[in-house]
Design a protein around this ligand. Sequence first.
Ligand code: F6P
Length: 357
Amino acid sequence: MKRVAFLTSGGDCQALNATMRGVAKTLYETDEDVEIIGILEGYKGLMYEKYVKMKPSDFSGILTEGGTILGSSRQPFKQMRKPDENGMDKVLAMKNTYQKLKLDCLVILGGNGTQKTANLLSEEGLNVVGLPKTIDNDIWGTDMTFGFQSAVDIATDCIDRIHTTAYSHGRVFIVEVMGHKVGWLTLHAGIAGGADVILLPEIPYDIDSVIGAIERRTEAGKRFSILAVAEGAISKEDAALSKKELKEKLKNNPYPSVSYKIGAEIQERTGQEIRITVPGHTQRGGSPCAYDRVISSRLGAAAARLIKKEKYGYMVGFKGDEIVPVPLSEVAGKLKMVDPNSSIIKEAKNLGICFGD
Ligand code: F6P
């Protein structure tokens, strides 16, 4: 009898259930003697022994269901070595739950922070298999994460809808796309949605360059402009500051987010009418797109293969179209960022898209 637990941690996304279904179906298909346990609310459930025994029927009908049937929570990696409010050692508590449940393996679905903790647990001697979840597509060691394409589709749809109203009213619109540290989602949605300006955390912007792009469009008789701006877009001026200096500066910042700051600057300098749209968490909501259903099912099957082989301490990731096991120790603590000199940025620039640099 093999006892395998599933855990979903960090911000949710569309294909978490589809991925768990992929692992479960493959395990049930290839090993009749398997028991699956669902750890509730991410690492919190592992710390405080919140779990449910699962049956094959629990994985039926969830391929298309967004969110996570297990619930999730954010448990920052930085806090893992710090005791909880009652003095409990979190890592020890997680190890105890694992032992108590007599687990053979813990399957962990999550983003960067989650994979860091997965690596910590692996180093602590637990058998762990990681699966790359995030709409940000910023996990090191995989070309693609599940959730990303679904979010791209939603953010693109948002930009598409903005096009018609922006044109009608002759306005400048800013669509703020999720991604604090990394701009993959903004880049892909921006290109797919035909944005005129794309601002990413990886390419600090100069507001003069952004305004120049808008004015050139106005001079060319275009009635509107659309900017796709990542949550973490940063000006060249701010990027030059130390973390401490930036924190100090932001204390007096009157804007709810960077888009409002950019919008105010554009309005003041060009006199154009500005509107800001923030699709926010809708980008993580609803059903996974077909592409995500395919890759999450494949990643799930590949994770089950690792469990079958008892190959632990790895995350399954995409290298091109192949799924490869990547050591968690290599994944932990790294971010896959957009390279400002990459081909996709060059092609976007060829298309006339302004990146504010
Ligand atoms: O990591 C996924 C993500 O959706 C980011 O793109 C976004 O900045 C963040 O999570 C939002 O976090 P929360 O759900 O905690 O508000």
